[in-house]
Design a protein around this ligand. Structure first.
Ligand code: ADP
Ligand code: MG
Length: 397
């Protein structure tokens, strides 16, 4: 499911039209009947033009035929959805070129991209269901229990939710990447020149960074939110020059938060559990990595709860709901994320704890799980534009 943009330049305007038609047809058909594709795409060349495009698209894996289906039809693949999203980002001038995949999470691919001025950004491609849909059986059970749940729908929800949260968080001045655009299951955001906390082996003043991170949890809570996955992978540490010091080498460490699809409201029925888990995660990491333990217990949910909406602060949980990310969407996505979490803890996929070992090394020997592993690397901006491939889109516009 690697994003490979090479086939893009060979797609004709008709191919793009047919691809779009398959996407439109997918809204109410898991398998889009070929006659429906013909009808939606209405090419000048008639059905033969559509068939040529269908065969082009199928050849490069953007759509796929389903074996043993009851009728003749095609479904959109992740590749097809990726192309449609990139097409949209490119048309809006947010993405001009695409670099390599720099990270792979359990449910996302992270790519470096650049706009036409060469400014590098991050493209996050949500891939929910990458694990859930692995086996046919799980797939079938999954869809039976929740008919509206499909990888495409869920991945789009994850991107929508993440983007909505990044927007309100940024408006409130929280340290998050700048959300630039969202299309389908993808988000374009600013690239933070930083190291994930996970990669930092020593810091001069752990107490101060710990205090900053706890303060962030409390600040989120006051605005009605819990991050829900507040761990060393999702906290990026940026080194900023410390202007207050005489020493030109002096830096301050600024934590930047990422990864928001699992954020929950302080009013969520399991809010206390999520809040405590976020706090515990940081405590455990600081103890293990920096041998630092705070002398103050907590913070505790019941105290944080009293501060929600205090001093006239804006409730961001409410703000996101108002932005169009509805309760139903939240529910569908949550069910999928919890299911994924349950799978991880049953040992289907490694979670961050499984990756941790005593020597502090990042590698595990489990190579065949490669797809599921988080590639833990610092994302440094590319030195020049050689690593970036210009997107060539001939869509006739
Ligand atoms: P996932 O949901 O798969 O965990 P994340 O959003 O946490 O995806 O991103 C995975 C990794 O990619 C992070 O741990 C971080 O190293 C890197 N990353 C993500 N977004 C950015 C960004 N805006 N700037 C720099 N690095 C990023
Ligand atoms: Mg993450």
């Amino acid at each position: 499911m690697l994003l490979d943009t090479r086939a893009m330049r060979y797609l004709t305007a008709e191919d793009w039209r047919v691809l779009t038609a398959v996407e439109m047809g997918s809204k109410n058909h898991e398998l889009v009947p070929t006659p429906l594709i013909e009808r939606i795409s209405r090419l000048k060349g008639g059905p033969s033009g559509v068939h040529r495009s269908i065969s082009n698209l199928a050849k490069v894996g953007l759509i796929a035929k389903v074996k043993e289906a009851k009728y003749d039809g095609y479904r959109l693949t992740y590749g097809g959805l990726d192309y449609l999203a990139l097409h949209s980002h490119s048309a809006r001038n947010f993405v001009y070129s695409v670099g390599s995949r720099v990270g792979v999470g359990k449910e996302s691919d992270i790519m470096i991209v650049a706009d036409d001025k060469g400014t590098q950004k991050i493209l996050k491609i949500h891939r929910l269901g990458r694990i859930s849909f692995r086996t046919v059986k799980t797939n079938r059970d999954y869809l039976k229990n929740r008919p509206s749940a499909s990888w495409m729908y869920l991945s789009r929800l994850a991107a929508m939710k993440e983007f909505a949260f990044m927007q309100v968080l940024q408006e409130e001045g929280f340290p998050v990447p700048e959300p630039i655009a969202q299309s389908r299951h993808t988000i374009v955001m600013s690239l933070i020149d930083s190291h994930p906390l996970r990669q930092i082996s020593a810091i001069p003043d752990p107490a101060s960074l710990y205090a900053d991170l706890i303060a962030l949890i409390l600040r989120l809570a006051k605005h009605g939110l819990i991050h829900g996955d507040y761990n060393e992978f999702n906290i990026l540490i940026r080194e900023d020059k410390d202007e207050t010091e005489d020493d030109p080498e002096a830096v301050t460490l600024t934590p930047i938060l990422i990864d928001f699809p699992q954020m929950v409201s302080m009013d969520h029925r399991n809010a206390e559990m999520y809040f405590d888990r976020d706090v515990e995660c940081i405590k455990r990491f600081f103890k293990r990595r920096f041998h630092f333990e705070s002398t103050t217990p907590g913070p505790f949910y019941k105290d944080a709860k009293k501060t929600v909406g205090k001093d006239g602060v804006r409730r961001l949980d409410a703000a996101v709901e108002a932005s169009g990310f509805t309760k139903k969407m939240a529910k569908d996505l949550e069910a999928a994320i919890r299911e994924q979490e349950a799978k991880s803890s049953q040992g289907d996929a490694p979670d961050s704890d499984d990756l941790e070992d005593e020597s502090g090394e990042d590698e595990t020997g489990d190579e065949d799980e490669e797809e599921e592993q988080q590639v833990i690397g610092t994302i440094v901006p590319l030195e020049n534009e050689e690593g970036l491939q210009k997107l060539t889109i001939n869509d006739g516009t």
